[in-house]
Design a protein around this ligand. Structure first.
Ligand code: OGA
Ligand code: NI
Length: 366
């Protein structure tokens, strides 16, 4: 009884401290700008502090790289690549892509645009601060701030770029408007190529994933990870799985992203010009566990900022279409693992809790 009261007391304090932080509308960057040398306790992650050293990064393993050069003209090369994509998605749930067709200058400008957004005058930035899910442009710190056990050392700019009612360019912050439009258009083209490769890697026709609506929605998150005075106490991004079909991630040269592979955290190296692609829960669902939605996290660092731009692709949550394992993949030896579900039910399950590493699929298993 005593400890329960203690916990509730701690929860109460936490909620009001979390709210006070949210009310500043200045994010983690605002804390750093104010010159703090100790992180506020709402950011302290006990699970991370207590983690065994054996869980730390293993450098023997490395995330596979896919070279997309010449895959349109050279059918032998394409067939090889599809095999590589198949094993990367089954073993790692993560790969890097090079020669993907998006110029390095566009990647650099995109990172720079997100930096400019977060580093502009705080008063202008505050105008975008919101947790209203109906807004198309949301600047916030920690979307799960009021649900998570520990807040992450990051701020984000979220933009709904593609859906039945996407944002208008004028809705975007002026400092990054043009590059966000240009970059997302190019990521969309790349995503169609990736969905074709993934379809073929699953053994279904190349248009299958696109026709299922797997790229009907694109949500962009421009993350800003300020330098952290006590990186041993908090996470930049807590261990989690993504809630979508695929994520196309652009990261700068600071490092810190790790993927869980064979029970060990493996660094995802910063490779200039490369993009990171990872499988989300919804691809795991429709592939009937052939492709894995894998745990990943970002370590906080004393140096920074680190900037990354994640483009999340998935089906729309509107409408009554049910999604489950693709019927053509199922057989007596491969019975369905999940029931058919509404995307909105999956999303409300995923977002009902803070990031905790379990994803949103377990409750939908047959
Ligand atoms: C995410 C994510 C990694 C990064 O936004 O889901 O995993 O490097 N981001 O910011
Ligand atoms: Ni992620």
């Amino acid at each position: 009884m005593g400890s329960k009261t203690g916990e509730l007391q701690a929860d109460y304090d936490r909620q009001s401290e979390v709210k006070a932080f949210d009310d500043t509308k200045a994010g983690v960057k605002g804390l750093v700008d104010s010159g703090i040398t100790k992180i506020p306790r709402i950011f302290i992650d006990q699970d991370f502090v207590l983690e065994k050293p054996s869980d730390s990064s293993n450098s023997q393993l490395s995330v596979p790289t896919m070279d997309l050069q010449a895959i349109k003209e050279d059918s032998t090369r394409r067939a090889e690549l599809i095999k590589q994509v198949e094993s990367a998605c089954a073993d790692w749930g993560f790969f890097q892509v090079i020669n993907h067709g998006i110029p390095a200058s566009v990647l650099d400008e995109m990172i720079d645009g997100i930096r400019k957004f977060h580093e502009q005058d705080t008063e202008i930035k505050k105008g975008f601060y919101t947790r209203d899910p109906s807004r198309k442009v949301l600047y916030l710190s920690n979307y799960d701030l009021f649900k998570s056990k520990a807040a992450n050392w990051r701020d984000s700019l979220g933009c709904v770029m593609v859906c039945d009612n996407p944002l208008q360019p004028a809705d975007l912050p002026q400092v990054c408007r043009d590059i966000v439009m240009d970059y997302t258009k190019q990521v969309m083209t790349l995503s169609f190529t990736l969905l074709e490769l993934l379809s073929e890697a699953l053994g279904v026709n190349p248009g299958c994933l696109k026709d299922m609506g797997c790229a009907d929605l694109m949500f962009l998150m421009g993350h800003y990870y300020p330098p952290c005075p006590q990186p041993e106490l908090t996470m930049a991004t807590t261990n989690h799985k993504d809630s979508n079909i695929i994520t196309v991630l652009l990261q700068d040269q600071m490092g810190g992203l790790q993927v869980l592979h064979q029970n060990q955290w493996v660094d995802v190296p910063c490779r200039p010009g490369a993009l990171v692609v990872n499988v989300g829960d919804l691809l795991q669902l429709i592939s009937n566990d052939k492709f894995k939605s894998v745990n990943h996290r970002v370590l906080a660092k004393r140096t920074g900022p680190r900037i990354s731009v994640a483009c999340f692709l998935r089906m729309s949550e509107n409408g009554s279409r049910l999604y489950g394992p693709i019927k053509d993949l199922l057989s007596e030896n491969n019975p369905p693992i999940y029931r058919d579900i509404l995307i909105k039910d999956y999303l409300s399950e995923y977002y009902s809790k803070g990031l905790d590493g379990t994803g949103g699929l377990p409750n939908f298993k047959l």
